[in-house]
Write a protein that binds this ligand. Sequence first.
Ligand SMILES: N[C@@H](CCC(=O)N[C@@H](CS)C(=O)NCC(=O)O)C(=O)O
Length: 229
Amino acid sequence: MHHYTLVSHHLCPYVQRAAIVLAEKGVPFERRHVDLAAKPDWFRAISPLGKTPVLLVQDEPLFESAVICEYLDETLAPRLHPQGALERARERGWMEFGSAILNTIAAFYNAPDAPALQARREELGAKFMQVEQALHAGGPWFAGARFGLVDAVFGPVFRYFDVFESLGEAGLFGETPRVHAWRQALAARPSVNQAVSAEYPRLLHDFLIARSSELSRRIQVSGSSASVK
Ligand SMILES: N[C@@H](CCC(=O)N[C@@H](CS)C(=O)NCC(=O)O)C(=O)O
């Protein structure tokens, strides 16, 4: 078997996708953390876009999380993607949708004022309503009984809301019962749990405070740091 090194950042949701897929395959891997605020030369040399994750397969660097996940799925059992090309294409579309939600989450925690924060909150609610329609009715996973790559994409998405809610943000999933149940199933999945360190809530809290955004101010005013520190 190859030696795998996942070049990581502690908070990066795209890194978590690859860590979840590696765990689902039962494959041991090494992690190498990088400071994205001061990218070292060795990292620039292997990451053409200067982003995490990079997966080193022996010495060969692979970049872009979807590419990494697909490569791992093609080369290691058990297969997470469905057999049929049409189903596979559909799931790839929803993986991309997961990335669009991550962009809205970033816009949410960077929102400069209360109206912008509310607009992003509503945008997130609308996106999760679309996910509600796409989810398999019986669960527990996106497409039913098989844990797939879409599940690996959304585990890190929901993790943000665990921290947002612990900091006083109202829940977003009251009107999306399938999404709510999916979120709970993902939170209990060992591969999803183990994709981040125990430090994650504290590190995300500190990252959010440092945004100087509306959300940062609300966290500071409510003093809810105690709940995550
Ligand atoms: N499309 C990329 C996105 C990866 C990404 O945005 N990584 C962020 C950290 S979560 C990053 O490395 N940002 C550093 C930068 O853009 O300078 C993927 O799916 O791998």
